[in-house]
Design a binder for this molecule. Structure first.
Ligand SMILES: Nc1ncnc2c1ncn2[C@@H]1O[C@H](COP(=O)(O)OP(=O)(O)OP(=O)(O)O)[C@@H](O)[C@H]1O
Ligand SMILES: [Mg+2]
Length: 477
């Protein structure tokens, strides 16, 4: 799998990028080769034509001046030929004999070609490019002299094309070398580029596989400030969040188990006590009372957990109706009166005279008030004060504030306070879902729940509820 990814990206790049460039370079080099070959042949032909024209016009002049000495003039032109190194000038007789050459040697091989026969047959000139019988590639031109018969009937110029071919070959080799160099450069720079993607991607894959196995110990080193680097940062964040929520979940399970065990221990203890002394009326009454209240606590806790799980999978529903907020808030305060007194916390409830009716779920709203008041008392020390207030604001919303003079919440914890399982401290027992559930309920009512706090001074929770006309249609899961 790992190898495959690398192969695929590298191969795709090879075919799409390098392959196309290679084809383009081959085409360019071929076109260059054709062009340079054509250019040199054309150049050679023009060169020969120019030389032969000069010779031809000189001979014409000689012939016009003195036809008797024409043969001698031709010989002197040939023997004095200055361009011996690259061309050979020769005179040919009308019967196809080479009568003189500028090199001074009578050729031992067959050097005449179609240029000569063409010149003879047309009476003007001829051109040849090709191989001689011995295989040498040459270019030759013949022109009929003014004498037109005899030993000097044709003047011929010939050059070997080997040099031209060699030069063309050198150019093509040089162009090919440049093309190969370009390809190599592209290959290495491309390989570097592909590697800079493939290697981090493989690392990402390996790390992500670790995460999927539940091992969040590694983080991906962020090497580049590019898209891949950004991806690494995001994945690292994701791992942070996942490991945090994993840790919170584990802590939740252990704290919930603990919460469940405490009432169970009390119930078991009292059941045993009652069993051992069934006739002690006082013990039985006391035991039964404890068993009853602990069972009640257990079932409330299980209900909370069920709410929470419904909330997590979107099946949290509201039973809607007209709600008298004052009555529900009053109930919640009443539930905590005794506990506040026992904890030596002053619970002040300034009840307004009237509040508008709200369209919502009365049990859920009471649950919100209970959760918030529970926190205010739970996180306050003896001698503290919890103030509950309710009012109708100018824009028609109902505002309920629960303020305490407790330990407060650290600024860095405040933003996360409503997250499920989150607990800012472990001083008091709790599962960290109270505020998460309360927040969800308020959202379903189209309202809000905000927490402000100063560490060491106290916390204020503000609950905002829209009145009946503004209530949104709640989600029914
Ligand atoms: N009034 C408050 N004063 C100080 N800290 C608070 C207050 N209310 C909430 N917190 C902090 O916020 C955390 C989350 O509160 P939440 O009600 O969701 O959980 P909990 O009270 O720990 O558990 P649960 O309510 O599920 O039994 C608490 O653990 C606590 O640290
Ligand atoms: Mg709570």
């Amino acid at each position: 799998m790992k190898k495959n990814t690398r192969n695929t990206i590298t191969r795709r790049w090879m075919v799409n990028s390098l392959g196309v460039i290679a084809v383009v370079l081959v085409l360019l080099v071929s076109a260059f080769g054709v062009f340079i070959n054509y250019y040199y042949l054309n150049y050679s032909r023009q060169y020969l034509t120019g030389k032969l024209n000069t010779v031809s016009s000189i001979l014409q002049q000689y012939y016009t001046d003195d036809p008797q000495t024409f043969a001698a003039q031709v010989r002197s032109v040939i023997s004095g030929w200055s361009d011996k190194s690259s061309t050979e000038l020769m005179s040919v007789s009308s019967d196809g004999r080479i009568t003189m050459t500028s090199s001074g040697f009578t050729p031992t091989r067959e050097v005449l070609a179609s240029d000569y026969t063409d010149a003879i047959s047309t009476g003007t000139s001829g051109y040849f490019r090709g191989r001689l019988p011995d295989g040498e590639r040459v270019m030759a031109m013949s022109v009929v002299t003014p004498a037109s018969t005899g030993d000097q009937s044709v003047i011929r110029i010939m050059t070997s094309l080997d040099r031209v071919n060699r030069r063309v070959a050198i150019y093509i080799i040089a162009a090919s070398a440049i093309a190969v160099a370009i390809l190599l450069l592209m290959f290495f720079s491309g390989m570097y580029f592909v590697k800079s993607i493939v290697i981090p991607v493989n690392q990402l894959g390996a790390t992500a596989r670790k995460y999927s196995r539940g091992d969040f110990s590694t983080r991906i080193p962020v090497k580049n400030d590019d898209e891949i680097g950004e991806l690494c940062v995001i994945i690292n964040h994701m791992a942070d969040d996942l490991s945090k929520s994993e840790a919170m979940k584990n802590e939740f399970i252990s704290s919930v188990s603990h919460e469940l065990r405490t009432p169970l221990t009390a119930i078991k203890g009292w059941a045993e006590t009652i069993g051992s002394m069934p006739d002690d009326k006082e013990t039985v009454t006391k035991g039964m009372r404890v068993i009853n209240s602990e069972t009640q606590r257990l079932s409330e806790m299980v209900e909370d957990l069920l709410d929470f799980s419904r909330m997590s999978n979107g099946r949290f529903t509201l039973t809607l109706g007209n709600v008298d907020v004052l009555a529900e808030l009053g109930d919640a305060v009443l539930i905590y009166r005794e506990k506040a007194k026992a904890d030596d916390i002053e619970l002040i409830y300034s009840e307004p005279e009237d509040l508008p009716i709200v369209f919502g779920d009365r049990n859920r709203l009471r649950q919100v008030f209970i959760n918030v008041i529970d926190n205010a008392i739970k996180y306050s020390d003896p001698g503290g004060r919890v103030t509950v207030e309710a009012a109708e604001s100018e824009d028609g919303n109902i505002t309920i504030t629960v303020a305490d003079t407790g330990m407060g919440i650290a600024p860095e914890d405040l933003p996360r306070i409503k997250e499920k399982f989150f607990r800012a401290n472990h001083i008091k027992r709790g599962s960290g879902i109270g505020l998460a559930v309360a927040d969800e309920i308020m959202m379903l009512h189209g309202g809000s729940l905000n927490v402000s706090s100063v560490q060491g001074e106290g916390t204020t929770v503000t609950i905002l509820l829209p009145p009946k006309k503004m209530a949104v249609t709640p989600q029914i899961g």
